[in-house]
Design a binder for this molecule. Structure first.
Ligand SMILES: Cc1cc2nc3c(=O)[nH]c(=O)nc-3n(C[C@H](O)[C@H](O)[C@H](O)COP(=O)(O)OP(=O)(O)OC[C@H]3O[C@@H](n4cnc5c(N)ncnc54)[C@H](O)[C@@H]3O)c2cc1C
Length: 285
């Protein structure tokens, strides 16, 4: 039997927040790429839907005072093709190009991807490596979460509360960084078995900043903290990058699944970290 859906399409954020507060059972709809699957599988019910696509203030992409602001409704394709993102944070546009196919990228949004908190998705390691903040609003309050510290709580679970709507992502931009993003998937642009985002900065060949995040391997994206610390103050040579990659392979927790052993996943963490760091180093020059 097909059940009826009560469909709301608010045209302002305040209206959307009030609707969510009045209808706590309602489901928010952005690109409907993950929601469609969840509904088809019977995991969620679409009895009441609040479609955010009529809220214009959620689509903005802009650069201001050293920060990149990305509205929650910006699609993967908007992010991939935005001149602002390409100029200020090519790491994010590269990650967007890796998401599924162009039909999905045309509809899926960064806000939906953050709320969905898929541990094999492509934005999470970038948001961790850049130390991004995720902003949300309810009918009574606004909230700010740090990607690195408490936003990605568990397997498909973010810190966003049931009455909150993700409004934007704010990313502090490094001044002269090199970036690397690497992904291993079963098929091109499938979800990641392992993906790695790396950011390096250097002065006179010596590393002054190193941020490395790995996803696809655990319930949440992870930071390679020891590896990051090790690189600071070292000369960025082939040898130190190789040592750092071995270190990342050792420190990053990986899960086992019926198709992929712990050993293989760990080896891929090392290999992809090496590649991402090498590309980031080349990007510095
Ligand atoms: C076949 C397929 C392949 C894919 N491959 C990849 C891939 O390779 N890499 C990758 O990263 N992703 C991949 N995805 C996921 C894709 O990126 C989705 O677009 C994304 O996860 C969800 O975004 P959406 O806008 O479609 O959200 P929706 O499907 O609309 O919503 C997803 C969830 O988030 C909630 N939500 C939506 N917007 C908000 C908001 N603003 N605030 C609070 N909650 C909200 C919804 O209620 C729902 O629970 C794939 C998806 C499909 C269907």
């Amino acid at each position: 039997m097909i059940s009826e859906t009560t469909y709301h399409r608010p045209d302002s954020l305040d209206q959307a927040c009030n609707l969510l507060s009045e209808n706590p059972e309602a489901v928010l709809l952005s690109g409907c790429q993950s929601l469609g699957l969840l509904s088809k599988e019977g995991i969620i019910s679409l009895d009441t839907v609040i479609d955010l696509n009529g809220v214009p203030e959620l689509s903005d992409i802009s650069y201001k005072n050293g920060f990149l602001h990305i509205g929650a409704l910006a699609t993967h394709r908007d992010i991939e093709t935005s001149k602002t993102v390409q100029k200020h944070l090519p790491l994010l546009s590269t990650a967007a190009t890796q998401i599924a196919d162009v039909q999905i990228r045309n509809a899926g949004t960064i806000g939906g991807a953050c709320a969905y908190a898929d541990p094999t998705a492509d934005y999470p390691p970038v948001l961790m490596a850049t130390n991004a903040t995720i902003h949300s609003q309810s009918s009574t309050d606004s909230f700010e979460y740090t990607a690195r510290d408490g936003f990605f709580i568990d397997y498909y679970q973010s810190a966003i509360g049931p009455e909150e709507i993700i409004t934007s992502i704010k990313i502090p931009l490094p001044e002269n960084a090199g970036y690397g993003f690497e992904k291993l998937a079963y098929r091109k642009n499938d979800r990641a078995i392992v993906n790695v985002a790396a950011i390096l900065e250097s002065k006179d060949g010596v590393c002054t900043r190193s941020d490395i995040s790995v996803a696809g391997v655990w319930d949440t994206p992870l930071l390679a903290n020891k590896t990051m610390e090790f690189l600071i103050g070292t000369e960025l040579t082939e040898e130190t990058i190789s040592q750092a990659s071995d270190m990342a392979r050792e420190e990053i927790l990986v899960c086992e699944d019926p198709l992929i052993s712990i050993e293989y996943r760990s080896a891929m963490v090392g290999a992809l970290t090496k590649k991402a760091l090498t590309i980031a180093k080349e990007d510095l020059s």
